[in-house]
Design a protein around this ligand. Structure first.
Ligand code: NAD
Length: 469
C-alpha cells in the first residue's frame, strides 16, 4: 500500500540527469523527474516490441483480466496519486479535480477492459461472406498535455493495451510525475516492458512520432503540435488520433432559465480552472435574458473558492505554468483595453505566490475580440450578447477549431435543431464538457481527427483486417 512518500520515492530517479518539478500554487519543489533522451526512447521501444507479442497472445479475456487488476492497483493508490497530481498540476483535491481525475482514470481503464469488440460480419448473403477483425497495431506512442495528465494518459493507454498493443508514453514536460506515478502503479501488475514512460522534452516527442517501430501515435495537445506530428509521422505512414485545441461556444437561447443554468454554465467553463480542452470558452447569450444570465453567473462564480489544491475547501486552483498565466492575462488585458465590461475578477493579485488568476467574467465584448476568438485555456469567460440566431451560429462556427459546443434552452427539440448546425465533434444540451467512457469523443475541423472512448475508441487502436471468405 503506497503512502505519498513511498509513491514519490518509487518514481524518483537514482541515476541519470534529473529536473526539479515545482508546485504551481506555492513554488515548492514537488519532486524530481528523470530527463530521458532519444536513447531512452529507443530502449523503451525495444522493450515494448519484445513485450507486445506475449501480450497480444493473451487474447481479449486475458488482457482484460490484467487490466482490471491494474485498475484495482490505481484504486488502492488513489489518495497518494491524487495528492501528487494536485501538487504537480495545481488542481485541488476536491471538486471535479484530482480525486475525480484518479477515479476517472480507473473507470476508463475498467470500461476499456470490459467493453466487448466482436468481429463484424459485413456481408453474408449466401454467396459472399466477409468480416472485419481488429488486429493489434504493435507499439503505440502516447503523447499528452499537462491539464489532465493522468486521465488523458489513460484515455490513450487503456484502449491501446486492450487491443493487444504495447505503449510508450511521452508526458508533458510540465507534469511528468503524475504520469510516471500512474504508470508505476499500473506496472505493479502489467508485464515488464509493455508500458513505459519516457519523460523527455519536445525532442523525444518528435523522435517518437518518426520512429519506424511505432505504428500509431495517440496525441492530445495543441493544434500547432498536432500539425507538427502529422508532418513528422508522414514518412512512416503512422496511424494518428489527434485531440487538439478547442474554442467551444455555448449558445443560450432566449427561453432558458438564467438561475437554473448558472451552475452548469460555470462548471462548463471553469472546470480545472478553465484548463480543459472541451471547456466552454465563449458564451453567447440572447439579448432578452443577457443581464439576468450575467447576474446569475456572476453570483455563482463569486462564491466558488480558489486556492492551494491540498486545502480541502478549494475547488479552483492556479494556472499550471507561467506561460499559460501570461496567455490568460494578456487576453483579459486586451478585452479590458477594448472597453469590455468586467463583471468579476480581471486583475490578478501581484502579491499572491503561485500562478493564480482570479475567476474572470467579461461582458459586452466585441465578438471578434482576441479573448473570444483565441483559446484562453484559463479562468476567463467572455459573454457575448446576440439577437439573431443565424448570426450567432455563424459566429460560433467562425473559428478554425470545432471540438465541442453547447445549446441551452427549455426546449430540447429546438436545442437539437441548433446543435445540428454547429460544426463540432460534440454538442451538449443544457450542459457542457461532460465525457463518458462509452460515448465517443473527438474533434471536427482543426480540433483533430479520430474518436476516443467506447467501441469506436477500441477500433481506433486496432488494424482493421477484412477476411473475405
Ligand atoms: P502542447 O502541444 O504544447 O504539448 C503536448 C505534448 O506534445 C507535450 O508532451 C509536448 O512535449 C509534446 N510535443 C511538443 N512538440 C512536439 C513535437 N514536435 N512532436 C511531438 N510531440 C511534441 O500542448 P499543451 O500546452 O500541453 O496542452 C494544451 C493544449 O492541448 C490546448 O490547446 C488544449 O485545448 C489541448 N487539449 C486538447 C484535448 C482534446 O481532447 N482535444 C485535451 C486536452 C488538451
Amino acid at each position: 500500500m503506497h503512502t505519498f512518500d513511498s509513491l514519490l520515492a518509487s518514481i524518483t530517479p537514482t541515476t541519470g540527469p534529473t529536473r526539479d518539478i515545482y508546485d504551481p500554487a506555492t513554488g515548492a519543489v514537488v519532486g524530481s523527474a528523470p530527463v530521458h533522451t532519444v536513447d531512452d526512447l529507443e530502449t523503451a521501444v525495444v522493450a515494448a516490441v519484445d513485450a507486445q507479442t506475449a501480450w497480444a497472445a493473451l487474447g481479449h479475456a486475458g488482457r482484460s483480466e490484467v487490466m482490471l487488476r491494474a485498475a484495482d492497483a490505481i484504486d488502492a493508490a488513489a489518495e497518494p496519486l491524487a495528492e501528487l497530481l494536485s501538487r504537480e498540476q495545481g488542481k485541488p483535491l476536491n471538486g471535479p479535480n484530482a480525486r475525480f481525475e484518479v477515479g476517472g482514470a480507473s473507470a476508463w481503464l475498467r470500461t476499456a477492459a470490459a467493453t466487448p469488440l466482436e468481429p463484424e460480419v459485413v456481408v453474408d448473403d449466401g454467396e459472399t461472406f466477409a468480416s472485419i477483425h481488429y488486429r493489434p497495431i504493435g507499439v503505440v506512442g502516447a503523447i499528452g498535455p499537462w491539464n489532465w495528465p493522468m486521465m488523458i494518459s489513460i484515455w490513450q493507454i487503456a484502449p491501446a493495451l486492450r487491443m493487444g498493443n504495447a505503449v510508450v508514453v511521452k508526458p508533458s514536460e510540465y507534469t511528468p510525475l503524475s504520469v510516471l506515478a500512474l504508470v508505476a502503479v499500473m506496472n505493479q501488475v502489467l508485464p515488464a516492458g509493455l508500458l513505459t514512460v519516457v519523460s523527455g522534452g519536445r525532442d523525444v516527442g518528435a523522435a517518437l512520432s518518426t520512429h519506424p517501430a511505432i505504428g500509431k501515435v495517440m496525441f492530445t495537445g495543441s493544434t500547432a503540435t498536432g500539425k507538427a506530428i502529422i508532418r513528422s509521422s508522414a514518412d512512416t505512414v503512422k496511424r494518428l488520433t489527434l485531440e487538439l485545441g478547442g474554442n467551444d461556444a455555448g449558445i443560450v437561447l432566449p427561453d432558458a432559465d438564467p438561475q437554473a443554468i448558472a451552475e452548469g454554465l460555470f462548471w462548463g467553463a471553469f472546470i480545472n480552472t478553465g484548463q480543459t480542452c472541451a471547456a466552454l470558452k465563449r458564451l453567447y447569450v440572447h439579448d432578452d435574458i443577457y443581464e439576468e444570465v450575467c447576474t446569475a453567473l456572476t453570483a455563482f462564480a463569486a462564491a466558488v473558492p480558489m486556492g492551494i489544491g491540498l486545502d480541502e475547501n478549494n475547488v479552483l486552483g492556479p494556472l499550471q505554468n507561467k506561460a499559460q498565466f501570461d496567455i490568460v492575462a494578456d487576453l483579459v488585458d486586451k478585452a479590458k483595453a477594448s472597453g469590455a465590461r468586467v463583471l468579476l475578477g480581471g486583475t490578478p493579485d501581484a502579491d499572491q505566490p503561485g500562478y493564480f488568476y482570479p475567476t474572470t467574467l467579461i461582458a459586452d465584448i466585441d465578438p471578434l475580440n482576441p479573448l473570444v476568438v483565441e483559446e484562453q485555456f484559463g479562468p476567463a469567460l467572455p459573454i457575448i450578447r446576440y439577437t439573431d440566431l443565424d448570426e450567432v451560429i455563424a459566429l460560433a462556427n467562425g473559428v478554425d477549431v470545432g471540438l465541442g459546443g453547447s445549446v441551452w434552452s427549455a426546449d430540447v427539440a429546438t436545442a437539437r435543431e441548433v446543435a445540428a448546425r454547429l460544426e463540432t465533434g460534440t454538442v451538449w444540451i443544457n450542459s457542457h464538457g461532460g465525457v463518458h467512457p462509452m460515448i465517443p469523443f473527438g474533434g471536427a475541423k482543426q480540433s483533430g481527427y479520430g474518436l476516443e472512448f467506447g467501441v469506436e475508441g477500441l477500433k481506433a487502436l486496432g488494424t482493421p483486417q477484412v477476411i473475405n471468405g
